[in-house]
Design a protein around this ligand. Structure first.
Ligand SMILES: Cc1cc2nc3c(=O)[nH]c(=O)nc-3n(C[C@H](O)[C@H](O)[C@H](O)COP(=O)(O)OP(=O)(O)OC[C@H]3O[C@@H](n4cnc5c(N)ncnc54)[C@H](O)[C@@H]3O)c2cc1C
Length: 611
């Protein structure tokens, strides 16, 4: 298995951060300054291994534009990334890029928009999702104004740096939280499948590879395979940031000894030292992609998100909160945390794939990182073909619900009257977010976390036929997929899964299936309103496939201002420190549009810092 994901806030993390932020850490009670010294925490280097004007942490949707913009402004730039290749989640993504405010594409296709309209949309308090989440209410006005003012310029910047968006009118498909007044979503197209160039085969490749090529051409250097562990500041809670420390983090696939190498190499800084320090003469930009992959950190926002909840695409880039923690240890604060509730439609996603914990995107054996993924999983076409039970073998919702009503896009409110309080009254609260139901389950849970536990798709031999699944390896992962001749045996087997802490009583599973089969006879589901249950579960072998949902976006992170400068607990700028994307707070917008725009802003501002 590859290395490096840090699922929790480890003691080493705090120790690593302690020199830079001794006061903050001491205040937290985690490690006193004296302890930190005693434990050999890093000291501000007297000699640096590398240096550049601007050091960008992360080469994803935020980091890559930031690096290009800083280089365009004349700065020398080093991008540090823990992964073996660039792109982060952005290169795995669908590539749908929401940019409004009067983009060239919007103008071409006669779509009326402006920075003012976009700003109004992104701060419209009156919009409430069906889940009850107010999508734009808790946005930081300054952060949104900066997005609104720069989105259209960022569109032109992306195109000027090689991104080709499909030549068709922007739409609102594939996105959410992008405002209701205009169509804003743009689509680069990737149709060549998975490869070294495109690990997940997603359209995001068409966004990130051109940007990467442009960055390399402009002289940006890349230090890959290094995980930023600490940021140095003049004193723990004052002065400029000076540089970073990063630890070697090669990706070595199971059964191999040679670390994976990036698709492109020109401009790569090749090092294998255990630890490297990088001086930032002007500034540091954090673009580390958020915190959804760090169980302890994400539970700051939603304590229900215990370890069995999986995280989208951490196999490629970690979302381990390392950017947030490094900045917080030198005084930075979190911001806009109300945005991070996982009740937000889309923050947690139903798994389209079962039988493997890597269940958000479909990886094929063609992907260079497939040995990390290990199973393709089974893609479910029709949830009439299975029921989902909790850790004690009981159903808890209508399996046909996708739990992802993309609420705040076009047509969501008709008519939409910007800022009108009656918008809120027009939305009927529909607690269709099955995830809440799942997370609320206490049955079978135990100390210390009282975790709701895994969810299992239960089906029989006829489902395998109807779904045309091939169960041969590498379709499913051992301990995440079980089959048995009886339901009682199946209930016993699931306890082999490392996340299934509770016993699944055989009688529960048998009773659940028996009742469901009766519902099929009746054609109604009086328990959870699944529309006309169609197929009985009665033909052995019976199957249990991992079907636990996935944490997707991070919607809260470090406090930043309109220039993407990181702000401390006293409301003061931390000189030289910038952040954007999922590691930044104050912003409820999903994905690539906001992340690339914040990178666009941060890069040029970083380059303006005194050297
Ligand atoms: C499967 C999938 C599909 C998606 N589809 C869409 C879509 O169609 N449209 C859309 O708008 N959004 C989409 N998204 C979301 C979008 O990809 C992300 O919101 C966006 O990429 C986040 O940008 P970022 O810069 O914050 O982080 P990322 O793009 O993830 O980049 C973070 C980078 O930081 C690196 N890193 C992290 N920690 C460290 C460290 N300590 N030291 C060094 N490097 C570090 C990571 O390796 C990574 O390269 C999708 C996401 C996924 C997973």
């Amino acid at each position: 298995m590859g290395k490096k994901t840090k699922p929790g806030i480890s003691r080493r993390d705090f120790v690593g951060l302690a020199t830079a932020g001794a006061a903050a850490v001491a205040a937290s009670g985690a490690v006193s300054p004296a302890d930190a010294q005693a434990q050999g925490a890093p000291r501000i280097p007297t000699q640096w291994d590398l240096e550049a004007d601007v050091v960008v942490i992360g080469s994803g949707a935020t980091g890559m534009p930031a690096a290009i913009r800083a280089a365009d402004a004349g700065a020398s730039v080093i991008v540090v990334d823990t992964n073996y290749d660039v792109g982060g989640h952005a290169i795995l993504s669908g590539g749908n890029t929401a940019l409004g405010g009067g983009t060239t594409a919007q103008k071409k296709y006669g779509i009326e928009d402006s920075p003012d309209i976009l700003f109004r949309d992104l701060t419209d308090w009156s919009i409430v999702e069906t889940s009850g989440m107010p999508d734009y209410r808790y946005n930081d006005r300054g952060v949104q104004r900066a997005l609104a003012d720069n989105a259209a310029k960022n569109y032109d910047f992306l195109v000027a740096n090689g991104v080709v968006f499909a030549d068709r009118p922007p739409d609102n498909s594939g996105g959410h939280a992008l405002g209701l007044s205009a169509r804003r979503e743009n689509h680069p197209i990737w149709d060549k499948g998975q490869s070294l160039e495109s690990p997940a085969g997603g359209n995001g490749t068409s966004l990130m590879r051109p940007l990467e090529a442009s960055a390399r051409k402009k002289g940006v250097r890349f230090l890959l395979n290094y995980h930023m562990d600490a940021i140095f500041r003049e004193t723990p809670d004052s002065g400029r940031v000076l540089g970073i420390q990063a630890g070697y983090s090669p990706t070595i696939l199971p059964g191999t000894t040679t670390p994976l190498r990036s698709f492109r190499r020109e401009g790569n800084i090749e090092m294998t030292a255990t630890t490297v320090t990088v001086r930032a003469r002007k500034a540091i930009v954090i673009g580390t992609g958020g915190s959804s992959g760090n169980v302890n950190f994400r539970r700051i926002f939603d304590p229900r998100l215990t370890e069995e909840v999986q995280t989208a695409a951490v196999e490629y880039s970690p979302q381990d909160a390392s950017g947030e923690m490094a900045a917080m240890s030198i005084g930075a604060t979190l911001w806009g945390t109300a945005n991070q509730t996982f009740d937000r439609n889309g923050a947690l996603r139903k798994r389209p794939i079962i039988g493997t914990p890597t269940n958000y995107i479909a990886w094929t054996p063609d992907s260079p990182i497939f040995p990390k993924i290990r199973a393709t999983g089974l893609t479910v076409e029709d949830w009439q073909n299975a029921i989902i039970v909790n850790q004690v073998g009981k159903r808890f919702y209508n399996e046909m619900e996708n739990g992802y009503p993309t609420g705040t896009v076009e047509g969501f409110l008709d008519p939409y009257v910007p800022g009108d309080w009656r918008n809120a009254t027009k939305k009927t609260f529909a607690p269709r977010n099955y995830i809440d139901a799942a997370l609320a389950i206490n049955e079978g849970s135990g100390p210390p976390d009282f975790s709701a536990g895994p969810q299992w798709a239960i089906f029989d031999a006829t489902t395998v036929e109807r779904e045309r699944w091939n169960l041969e390896p590498p379709a499913t992962l051992p301990d995440y997929f079980f089959s048995a001749q009886t339901l009682a045996e199946l209930a016993g087997l699931v306890t082999k899964n490392p996340h299934q802490k509770a016993k699944m009583p055989a009688a529960n599973l048998e009773a659940t299936v028996k009742r469901y089969n009766t519902m099929v006879d009746l054609g109604v589901d009086p328990d959870f309103d699944k529309p006309s249950p169609v197929y009985k579960i009665e033909m052995p072998p019976f199957y249990a496939a991992w079907a636990t949902f996935t944490a997707h976006d991070t919607y809260a992170g470090l406090r930043i201002n309109m220039k993407c400068q990181v702000i401390d607990l006293q409301g003061q700028v931390i000189p030289g420190l910038y952040c954007g994307g999922e590691s930044a707070g104050g912003c409820s917008q999903h994905g690539l549009g906001r992340c690339t725009t914040q990178g666009y802003i941060a890069g040029v501002e970083a380059a303006k810092e005194p050297g």
